[in-house]
Design a protein around this ligand. Structure first.
Ligand SMILES: [Zn+2]
Length: 226
């Protein structure tokens, strides 16, 4: 039985359906921008580089400011919460099996492949979703990519673009939203705050949540914890 889609979620998908995927559809009347606050959209290239960087250097993260989050990001976070609740996940690390709930109609299969250019991609042959992950990535990176790709599945099911095979298109706004979704579902803000008080060590907290250090560092910065 198809679950009733909450009104805020319909709002999210209608913005996404109407956008070109490259820029925030709410940019022209976003209060965060108008008040001159730090916007993820304006910084997406740099954030992308951090997520993709090989080494880790805390100083490279200095440009990230504590959040104010625009409406569309808030809705993406609500969406992540909804799936955690549906999967009855209450503490980290979030199990990867949660992606099986992302389409009510078709099963979601995960395949590891020697991908070269992308970290992940989705493919939708008849009757199944396939999430391809780069075999050579660390398990933490694979988990992040998995939920990034899973967001594309949701977007595909709820919006109406013509589907095509694709990987991570660097720099586009939809990719940023997919990263933000992965961030929110793997590192729910309340859990991160709680663990940070206990552990207070970036590396250890990243391990507890099963996420790359870079992704955790961005989350901690945005939450104003470091
Ligand atoms: Zn993507």
């Amino acid at each position: 039985m198809r679950e009733k889609v909450p009104r805020w979620e319909s709002e999210l998908w209608s913005y996404m359906s109407s956008s070109d995927g490259m820029h925030c559809p709410l940019a022209s009347h976003c209060q965060i921008r108008q008040s001159g606050k730090w916007c993820i959209d304006d910084n997406m290239e740099r954030l992308n580089q951090l997520l993709d960087a090989k080494g880790f250097n805390l100083r490279n993260y200095d440009f990230i400011e504590c959040e104010a989050c625009g409406r569309i990001f808030k809705m993406v976070e609500m969406l992540a919460r909804r799936y955690l609740k549906r999967g009855r996940v209450r503490c980290p690390p979030v199990p990867t099996g949660l992606v099986s709930l992302f389409d009510e109609q078709y099963p979601v299969e995960v395949r590891l492949l020697p991908l070269k250019v992308y970290h992940g991609a989705i493919w939708h042959p008849k009757g199944v979703w396939i999430i391809q992950l780069k075999a050579g990535d660390t398990s933490a990176a694979k988990r992040f990519t998995l939920f990034h790709e899973a967001f594309h599945i949701l977007a595909h099911c709820r919006t109406t673009p013509v589907f095509r095979k694709r990987g991570t298109i660097q720099g586009s706004f939809n990719e940023l939203l997919a990263d933000y979704f992965a961030t929110c579902i793997l590192m729910p803000r309340e859990w991160v705050k709680e663990k940070w008080v206990d552990v207070h060590d970036l590396n250890k907290v990243a391990k507890i949540f099963g996420v790359p250090q870079s992704a955790m560092c961005i989350r901690l910065k945005r939450l104003g914890l470091i």
